[in-house]
Design a protein around this ligand. Structure first.
Ligand code: HEM
Length: 147
């Protein structure tokens, strides 16, 4: 827990990575009763898909939306609570969200303490399946001298 609470930059890197590449890149709901919004009509029983991927890169919501800038989270992610949903929102928000953050921070801290990690690609392509997966994110792990 001590490591996790002190790993502010690592946390910001994970948050920014999940902004650009949200593992759960869409969230779906079933419309219970007929409704309309913004001039659009929705039938009862209609499936509604929310694109987390598009919201996380929307140019009206983010400065330099396609750039990897972990420092945008230096005041925490709560500042973006109405536009940043890597773990969903509301009553069905991911119950594993804190556990997942701890796991990712611990795994990354451990890996970078042992290896220098070099990317072997210019840009990451995506494979959108049930979760969002990278297509060509090949990396080289170089063991650090001290290990
Ligand atoms: C990076 C890792 C993870 C991501 C991005 C993620 C993302 C999400 C999202 C977006 C939802 C909401 C789905 C919706 O609203 O329809 C969700 C729900 C849920 N997640 Fe996660 N999750 C992660 C890790 C975990 C872990 C580690 C656990 C358990 C230890 C977990 C357990 C759950 C459960 C049980 C729900 C359903 C909650 C409900 O419907 O009341 N998740 N997750």
């Amino acid at each position: 827990m001590d490591l996790v609470t002190k790993s502010k930059i690592c946390q910001q890197v994970v948050e920014e990575a999940m902004r650009l590449y949200p593992p759960a890149y869409f969230i779906d709901r079933v419309n219970i009763k007929a409704d309309s919004f913004n001039g659009l009509d929705f039938e009862a029983g209609a499936n509604l898909l929310f694109s987390v991927y598009e919201m996380h890169r929307h140019p009206d919501l983010w400065e330099h939306p396609n750039e990897f800038q972990p420092e945008r989270f230096n005041e925490g992610s709560r500042k973006f609570s109405s536009q940043y949903f890597p773990f969903g929102a509301g009553p069905r928000k991911c119950i594993g969200n804190n556990f997942a953050m701890f796991e990712m921070i611990i795994a990354i801290s451990e890996l970078i303490s042992i290896y220098k990690i070099h990317p072997n690609f210019e840009a990451i392509d995506i494979t959108p399946l049930i979760t969002l997966k990278p297509k060509n994110a090949f990396l080289t792990f170089e063991k650090r001298n001290s290990c």
